[in-house]
Design a protein around this ligand. Structure first.
Ligand code: PMP
Length: 457
C-alpha cells in the first residue's frame, strides 16, 4: 500500500496515543515499516537510527532472530494459558526465577502484567492491600515527584506529574502528594551545590510528611532517572538523603525501573547506579526489549507473607489480568534476558557509555543548548533562547518539535519533550561508531534549528 493511502487510512481509523490530534490530522503519520539492529525504515524506504529505541524499550535492537524463534516456538507449544486460580506454566515460572536472580534487592515474588502503567497500578493496590492487612488502613497516600512519569491508567496517571496527562481527564485522584522535581539545572538556587540541593529536597519531603502525618503516607515512588519528564538525573546524594527520611517515617520506596531497568544506566538496574534501596520494583519495556508487552512487579517475601496470611481474612487475592504472565510474552522476555547475559549487553552498554556521554555533553557548547545531561545510554539536551538566564522558548514556537523533525530529515529518530528537551535512548547494542553517527546527525538538526530560529526573530 502506498504511503499516501496508509496516511489517509490512518487518519480515518486510528485514535493515536499521546499525540497532538490536531497536528496529526493536518500532517499525518510517519509510518515505520521494518527494523533491523539499531535502524528502522519508513514506508518510503528511508532508513533512520532509532535514537529512542522506540519508546525507550528496544534494548537488543530490532529483528533479533532468536527472539522471533522463541515467540514462534511458544505459540506452537502453548499459545495461551493463565495463572489464575493456581494454574501455572513453565515460561512464567522460569521468568520469575530469572528476575529474582537478577534483582538487586531481596525480591521474593514476581507479579506479571503487560505495561508499565499496570505495573504501577499493581504497586498501589498491593501496598493498600498490605497496609489494610497489617492494620494500617489510614496509611494510603503516595508521594510522587513533579515531572515524574509512571503511566496513564487512572492509578498510574495520578502518580505521573505532568500536566498533559491530567488536563481534561479529571486527574489526579486524591491519594497522591507531590514533591519538587530533582532537576538541579531548573530548580537549584544560585550558589547552591548539588549536595545542598539534595538536602533541601529531602527537607521539603520531610516537611510534607510531617504536615500530612506519616501515618497517612504509604509510599514514595521514583524513577532512578526520570525519563519522559525530561531525562532528569538526580543530584549528588539525592536518594541517600531521601531514603533516610523515608526510613524515619516507615514509608516504602517504590522503584519504577520501567525505563532504567536492564542496563540503560550502565548497570542492570538504575537503582544500582543511583544508590537506591528499593522495597518494591516495577519493570517493563527492556524486560522483553519491546518484543512482547510484559511488565513485572517485584515484592519482598515479607510483603508476600502478609498477602498469603491475608487469604484467611480476605479470601481470594482479587487482582490479576487475563494476560498476567502470558506464556508467549514470558518466553520472549526470558530469551531476551538470556541473550543479554550471554552477549554481555549491560557490560557493553557501560563500555560505550563514555563515548555516548562525552559526545552528548559536548553539545553544552552549542548556543541553543542550556544543559546536556544523562547517564549510561540515556541523555537529553535542553534547548534555551538565552543561556545566561536559562530562559526557554515560547511553547507556541515548537522549537524541540522542529528540531525533532530536522533530525528525522537527517535520518535520526529522537524525542521532543516538554520544556524543549530532546531525549536520546538508543538500543543498548549501539557501537561507538553508531554513537558518533547518531550525534553527527543530531548536530546537523541542531544547526538547522538555530538557522530557522534566526529567521523567526
Ligand atoms: N513508568 C515509566 C518510568 C515509564 O517511562 C513508562 C512509559 N514510558 C511507564 C511507567 C508506563 O509504561 P506503559 O507505557 O508501558 O504503560
Amino acid at each position: 500500500m502506498s504511503t499516501a493511502d496508509l496516511s489517509l487510512r490512518d487518519r480515518a481509523a486510528l485514535l493515536h496515543p499521546t499525540t497532538h490530534l490536531g497536528r496529526h490530522a493536518a500532517q499525518g503519520p510517519l509510518i515505520i515499516e521494518r527494523g533491523e539492529g539499531i535502524h528502522v525504515w519508513d514506508s518510503e524506504g528511508r532508513r533512520y537510527i532509532e535514537g529512542m529505541a522506540g519508546l525507550w524499550c528496544a534494548a537488543l535492537g530490532y529483528g533479533v532472530p532468536e527472539l522471533a524463534e522463541a515467540a514462534a516456538e511458544q505459540v506452537r507449544k502453548l499459545s495461551y494459558s493463565h495463572l489464575f486460580g493456581s494454574k501455572s506454566h513453565e515460561p512464567a515460572i522460569l521468568l520469575a526465577e530469572k528476575l529474582k536472580e537478577l534483582a538487586p534487592f531481596s525480591a521474593g515474588k514476581v507479579f506479571f502484567g503487560h505495561s508499565g502503567s499496570d505495573a504501577n497500578d499493581t504497586q498501589i493496590k498491593l501496598i493498600w492491600y498490605y497496609n489494610n492487612l497489617i492494620g494500617r488502613p489510614e496509611k494510603k497516600k503516595i508521594i510522587a515527584r513533579d515531572r515524574a512519569y509512571h503511566g496513564v491508567t487512572l492509578g498510574a496517571a495520578t502518580l505521573t506529574g505532568l500536566a498533559v496527562n491530567h488536563k481534561g481527564f479529571d486527574l489526579p485522584l486524591d491519594y497522591v502528594r507531590r514533591v519538587r522535581c530533582p532537576h538541579f539545572y531548573r530548580e537549584g538556587l544560585p550558589g547552591e551545590t548539588e549536595e545542598e540541593f539534595s538536602t533541601r529536597l529531602a527537607d521539603e519531603l520531610e516537611a510534607l510528611i510531617v504536615k500530612e502525618g506519616a501515618d497517612t503516607i504509604a509510599a514514595f515512588i521514583a524513577e532512578p532517572v526520570m525519563g519522559a519528564g525530561g531525562v532528569v538525573v538526580p543530584p549528588a546524594g539525592y536518594f541517600e538523603k531521601v531514603q533516610a527520611v523515608l526510613e524515619r517515617h516507615d514509608i516504602l520506596l517504590i522503584d519504577d525501573e520501567v525505563i532504567c531497568g536492564f542496563g540503560r544506566t550502565g548497570r542492570w538496574f538504575g537503582s544500582q547506579t543511583l544508590g537506591m534501596r528499593p522495597d518494591t520494583m516495577s519493570l517493563a519495556k527492556a524486560l522483553s526489549s519491546g518484543y512482547q508487552p510484559i511488565s513485572a512487579v517485584l515484592i519482598p517475601d515479607s510483603m508476600y507473607e502478609v498477602l498469603e496470611a491475608g487469604s484467611k481474612e480476605l479470601g481470594v487475592f482479587g487482582h490479576g489480568y487475563t494476560y498476567s504472565g502470558h506464556p508467549v510474552c514470558a518466553a520472549v522476555a526470558l530469551k531476551n534476558l538470556e541473550l543479554m547475559q550471554q552477549r554481555r549487553v549491560v557490560e557493553h552498554a557501560a563500555a560505550v557509555a563514555d563515548r555516548f556521554q562525552s559526545r552528548l555533553r559536548a553539545f553544552a557548547d552549542h548556543p541553543l543548548v542550556g544543559e546536556a545531561r544523562g547517564v549510561g545510554l540515556i541523555g537529553a539536551v535542553e534547548l534555551v533562547s538565552d543561556k545566561a538566564s536559562r530562559r526557554g522558548f515560547a511553547a507556541a514556537l515548537g522549537v524541540a518539535a522542529y528540531c525533532q523533525a530536522r533530525a528525522e530529515a537527517h535520518g535520526l529518530i529522537v524525542r521532543a519533550m516538554g520544556g524543549d528537551t530532546i531525549a536520546f535512548c538508543p538500543p543498548l547494542v549501539v557501537s561507538e561508531a553508531d554513537i558518533d553517527e547518531l550525534f553527527d546527525r543530531f548536530a546537523r538538526a541542531l544547526d538547522d534549528t538555530a538557522a530557522w530560529l534566526a529567521t523567526q526573530r
